[in-house]
Every structure is written in C-alpha cells, then in structure tokens.
Design a protein around this ligand. Structure first.
Ligand code: ADP
Length: 506
C-alpha cells in the first residue's frame, strides 16, 4: 500500500487521557495529553466524572488529528483504557446516571465479601480467572444500580447501558445516543475483568450475572480486540474514521511489546508494576495468587490469547515516597544517582508494603518496613534498597508465574515511567538472573492499541510485521553471581516476613 496514513491510538488512563499517532514503523508521529480530576467521595472510594474522561480524551484526539493535518491522514483508531472502571449511562440521552466507579475504589468490598461468605469464590475463579475482589467491574455496576433511585428497573427495561471506559468512548465516538446510531460493544480483554464473563466460552455468564445482580440488558456486545467496531460521527473529526480496536491498557501494552509467543512477558513500571505472561491459547489457572485473563483476540477469529497477570501495588510510588515523604531527592529521576552513589545497601532491605502486599502474598495487613539498619546507613542506602525492592517484588511475581506456567522466562521486556531508570533495570536483571530488554518506543500501551487497530484494516499484514518493528533501546544482562543473587533474595524474603501481618485485627 502506498499509504502514508497513520493509526491514532487513544490511551485513556487513570489520571490522564493521551492520544498518539503512529506510522507503519510503529514510531510516534504526534501526541497530546491532558490530566483530569480524581474524586475521593469517601475513604477508599474513587470516582471519575465520565464527562471529564470524555472531554479530555476528545480534546487530545482532536489535537493530534489537527497536528497531523486532518482526519484524512488517519486510517483507523484504536482505544486502550484504564481497566475495570464502570460507567452506566442512559441509552436515549447518552448521559451517565452516576460518576464512574474507578478500578481503585474499594466501595464494593462488602459485596464481594458477601459473595465469598456465600461460598461462590471457587465458581468465580473457575469461570472468570479472577478472585472475588473489589478491583473488578461487575459489582461496581450493581452498586450504581442500587445507589441511583429507579436505576435497577430502568436497567431491566433496557433503557440503560453499562460499559468500561472503552465502551463509553466507543458509544460517544459513534454517535452518543441510541437514535444517533451509537455502537454498544466491548472487547474480550475488557470483558474478562468484570467477574461476569466466562473466559473459556468468551461469553457473558447468566449464572454470574444473577449472583452479582446485573441485568443482561445492560451489557455491551463482546467482540475481538481487533474488530470493525464502527465509525466516528462525522462532526467529531470532520469526517468519519473507523474504530478498529479496543483493549485494556495492560493487555494493549503486552501487545505493543510484541509478546506474541507463549512464554513471553512484559513488566510495566508505573505507580505499581504490572506483569503479564502470554500463556497462549489456553487459560492457565493460578495456584499462586495471579489472575488468569484474556490477552486479546484478533479479528481473524480463532482462539483468544490468554495471560497470567500479577500486580505489585507499590513500585514507582515507593520512589514518590523517597521524594515527597523523605525528601531524599527532588525529582524521581534523581534517585538513580543517589542509589548509584553506594555499591550496595550494606545489608538494608526495604519492603514498600504501604497499602499491604499484592501478588503473590496478598496480605492487606502488611506494612512497610526497613530492616538491617546500622550506624552506617544513610539516604543513599535507603534509596538503593527502594529500587531493589521494586526489582525483588517483580522477581516474586515472576517466580509465581514460573510455578503456574511451568516455564522459566528467557527475557523480560520492560516499559513504564520508572523503566527509564538504568540502575533499576540492571538490578532487575541481576535479581532475576534473566536478561531484561527495554524497547525504543516506551509508549507501549498506545502502540498496542494502534497495532490492534491497524491489523484489522490490513495496515500491518500480521504479527510478524509488528514483531519486526520492535526495536531495542538497551539490553541489561545479569551481572552478579548465583550465590550473590541467592543471598539477596534470601534477605528480601526475611524482610518480607517481618512486614507481614503488621496491622492487627481490631
Ligand atoms: P503511571 O502510568 O502509573 O502514572 P508512569 O508510567 O507515568 O506511571 O511512571 C511514573 C512513576 O514512575 C512514578 O511513580 C515515579 O515515581 C516513577 N519514576 C519516574 N521516573 C523514575 C526514575 N527515573 N526512577 C525511578 N522511578 C521513576
């Protein structure tokens, strides 16, 4: 194709909306970003105004289209989104009936606890690959229906629509109202985070819908991630543009990292750390505290690609704490020089269990600890121990993945804001004993959405085309002995042990 058009990725994140236009070489050509407001209505509850999500995302998309010279330059749009965030809107007006309940919100913890107490956890695990946790979107829908007067009966009459952020943006982009031809759909990766979706049959599950008390009439159609979902309403960009991909952000990043083969994995170092391991066409149940999730399904049909996922709650946020809590550094980027000013931590271990520990420990009562402090310990040692703690936590999740999948990783691909820290990534290779590779294009989430969208229209010919675009920025080889690695991990596990169960039950 003598086609110099671009693919526009919309990356709707938790704290900001981003748009990036990519060319056929997978390099960004233009981008724009806008933050939006985080709302905290009560302790542990987090909401977003859906209009703020829409307004910021629309503005950055229009800005990028303007930068590249107009809608005729854009061959297709792909959307990657913050996952599990739930929105319910009125089909006739397109207006949300409540604020979006954000994935971080714990407001549905009691509802999940009730389902667990009633003995349903094993059923949910088996069908959805997920534990009964407030993180996921299904119970958030029920919460909105119960909180808004009249909503449940309107939902049962088919007057309301539910969507995660991908569906809401698709609805708004394709017309905004039922009369305006708006499309109500989601993709398998987003559906797999609801607790309502059977990841084996790739279909909504009536029994789970009943248990969570979500009327089926609310739900979007579930499609492959790479699919002709619809076209943007002409007035949005001046002419219609096809929307041909939807995917949850972490799955999109895994796709953007070209982890197409079973056994390939990526880690994103942001506020937390998110690891996904491609397990191929078979969902692997976890015996080690990981989630089983749908990675993606391509338009060509065929089976979905599944992944094991593990999340670390505090990664980059531990560096924020060094900066804002300890005033050890002025900017997050300065931590590399401070930590690099000493050859080791002098036996200090830091466990950043600020909000408990995630995979594979799942200990909400753990709290942060610093162990092994002596008179020789200074901020440099603490800073180095903080970076090491990020690497250790990732190593723990990868161990769990190896135990669940029976495969040892050959190489780890990394991205995210903290992955620019060379010392952190070297420490990661050291504690894993596995090489770590950082690609040139760090915006892997947006890139994954663009790849999925481009595949649907033949802009890229196949996965090989895309894999060939993956370009190495830097490869980090393990540089310590097996004995040293074992000693470090031993010290880390002793420190984790001391951090656990710190909060005593009331
Ligand atoms: P998110 O998408 O979760 O908002 P980003 O991918 O933007 O996160 O990464 C930001 C996080 O990375 C922050 O928590 C910050 O403290 C951390 N960070 C940024 N630069 C560095 C650095 N050079 N070294 C270590 N951590 C860093």
């Amino acid at each position: 194709m003598g086609d110099d058009r671009l693919i526009l990725a919309l990356d709707q994140g938790t704290t900001s909306s981003r748009s990036i236009a990519f060319g056929r070489d997978g390099r960004p050509v233009a981008s724009a970003q806008l933050p939006f407001e985080q709302q905290f209505p009560s302790p542990g509850h987090v909401t977003h105004d859906p209009e703020a999500i829409w307004g910021s995302q629309l503005a950055v998309a229009q800005e990028v289209v303007r930068q590249v010279g107009g809608a005729e330059r854009i061959a297709a749009i792909g959307i990657a989104n913050q996952r599990e965030t739930a929105i319910v809107w009125d089909r006739s007006t397109g207006e949300p009936i409540a604020d979006a309940i954000v994935w971080q919100s714990r407001i549905t913890a009691p509802a999940c606890e009730r389902l667990r107490a009633a003995g349903h956890e094993a059923l949910f695990r088996e069908r959805t690959g997920l534990p009964l946790d407030a993180y996921f979107s299904g119970p958030k829908i029920a919460h909105i229906l119960d909180a808004v007067p009249g909503a449940r009966s309107r939902a049962e009459r088919g007057q309301l629509a539910f969507g995660t952020v991908d569906s809401f943006l698709l609805w708004r982009l394709t017309g905004g109202t039922a009369a305006g031809g708006a499309v109500h759909a989601t993709d398998v990766s987003n559906a797999s985070r609801t607790l309502l979706f059977d990841i084996h049959r790739l279909a909504w599950d009536e029994e789970l819908l009943d248990l969570v008390r979500v009327p089926a009439a609310l739900l979007p159609e579930v499609r492959p991630s790479s699919w002709a979902f619809g076209e943007t309403a002409a007035e949005i960009f001046g002419r219609p543009i096809p929307i041909t991909a939807l995917a949850g952000d972490q799955q999109a990043a895994t796709f953007g990292q070209a982890c197409f083969q079973p056994g390939q994995a990526k880690n994103t170092y942001g506020t937390g750390a998110f690891l996904l391991l491609n397990t191929g066409a078979v969902p692997r149940a976890s015996a080690n505290g990981l989630l089983t999730t749908v990675g993606w399904q391509l338009a060509s049909g065929g089976p979905a690609t599944y992944a094991l996922e593990g999340s670390v709650f505090s990664a980059g946020s531990a560096v924020q704490w060094l900066r804002d809590g300890l005033h050890a550094v002025e900017r997050a980027g300065d931590v590399e020089a401070l930590a690099g000013s000493v050859p080791d931590t002098g036996g200090v271990f830091l466990v950043p269990a600020f909000t408990g520990l995630g995979a594979p420990y799942w200990d909400p009562n753990a709290r942060g600890t610093i162990t092994g402090i002596t008179r020789g310990t200074g901020l440099a040692e603490i800073a180095r121990a903080t970076l090491e703690s990020i690497a250790f936590q990732v190593a723990d999740v990868l161990d769990a993945m190896a135990a669940d999948s029976g495969e040892r990783l050959a190489v780890l691909r990394v991205d995210g804001g903290a992955a620019t820290n060379n010392l952190l990534i070297q420490l990661q290779a050291d504690v894993l004993g596995v090489p770590v590779e950082r690609p040139v294009v760090a915006e892997t989430t947006a890139l994954g959405a663009a790849y999925l969208a481009g595949l649907a229209i033949g802009y890229w010919n196949g996965l090989d085309d895309i894999a060939a675009n993956w370009a190495l920025d830097r490869r980090f080889e393990p540089s310590i002995s097996a004995d040293r690695r074992a000693a470090l991990l031993h010290g880390w596990r002793r420190a984790v042990h001391r951090s656990r169960g710190w909060i005593e039950p009331a």
